[in-house]
Design a protein around this ligand. Structure first.
Ligand code: ATP
Ligand code: MG
Length: 193
């Protein structure tokens, strides 16, 4: 089995995440892509991240229609901040015979060497860096052969932008899946109280 792993805060999940996962699934002939919402993310300790359960549910709603997409709770069920090496270790235990492909955007790829036990992470999965508007995709700083670079359809969408739009009353229709628009409205997520 060839399994893609798409980690993220997904606060909220948007079409940039989905198109990247879909493109890599097709390009690398992956059997499935598992979306893994983070626990409390260590890079984002400075801001309040939405409850894990809301981020998990939005990810389920967004991926439900794609038979190759699923969502894992490994990171949200583990205590403490999420490190990619732990995500990959847990998934490798669940799928010992699978080849793992960790999908990451150009911005996250830049920071990869600052990750905990980055060398071990490279042993556990092949890394796939995808293009993202506003960021330059390059693997010069990474171990040779450990990363593939892939151009995906450009989606100038960020979760930060979606949160800001919601807070100021602007629409997020067509930036996030319809069910996620409705989940945000129903729960009042990101609205200034
Ligand atoms: P935030 O603004 O809160 O940081 P985000 O939009 O960057 O949110 P994350 O959950 O931080 O979303 O990202 C998860 C993964 O998806 C990261 O690897 C990131 O680089 C990638 N990614 C996010 N948005 C895009 C996009 N528009 N195109 C390609 N990759 C993306
Ligand atoms: Mg981000």
């Amino acid at each position: 089995m060839r399994i893609g792993v798409m980690g993220g805060t997904f606060d909220p999940i948007h079409h940039g995440h989905l198109v990247a996962a879909s493109e890599v699934q097709a390009r690398f002939d992956l059997d499935r892509v598992i979306f893994v919402p983070t626990g409390q993310p260590w890079q984002k300790a400075s801001r309040e991240v939405s409850a894990a359960e809301d981020r998990y549910l939005m990810t389920v709603i967004a991926t439900a229609s794609n038979p190759r997409f699923s969502v894992s709770r490994v990171d949200i069920d583990r205590d403490g901040p999420t490190y990619t090496v732990d995500t990959l270790t847990d998934l490798k235990k669940q799928y010992p015979d699978a080849d793992l492909f960790f999908i990451t955007g150009a911005d996250a790829l830049e920071q990869i060497l600052s990750w905990k036990r980055a060398a071990d992470a490279f042993e556990l999965a092949h890394f796939i860096g995808v293009t993202r508007p506003g960021y330059t995709l390059n693997d010069r700083h990474l171990p040779p052969g450990s990363v593939s670079l892939v151009e995906v359809p450009a989606m100038a969408i960020s979760s930060t932008g979606c949160r800001a739009r919601t807070a100021s009353g602007q629409p997020v229709w067509y930036l996030v899946p319809d069910g996620v628009v409705q989940y945000i409205a129903k729960t009042g997520l990101y609205s200034e109280s």
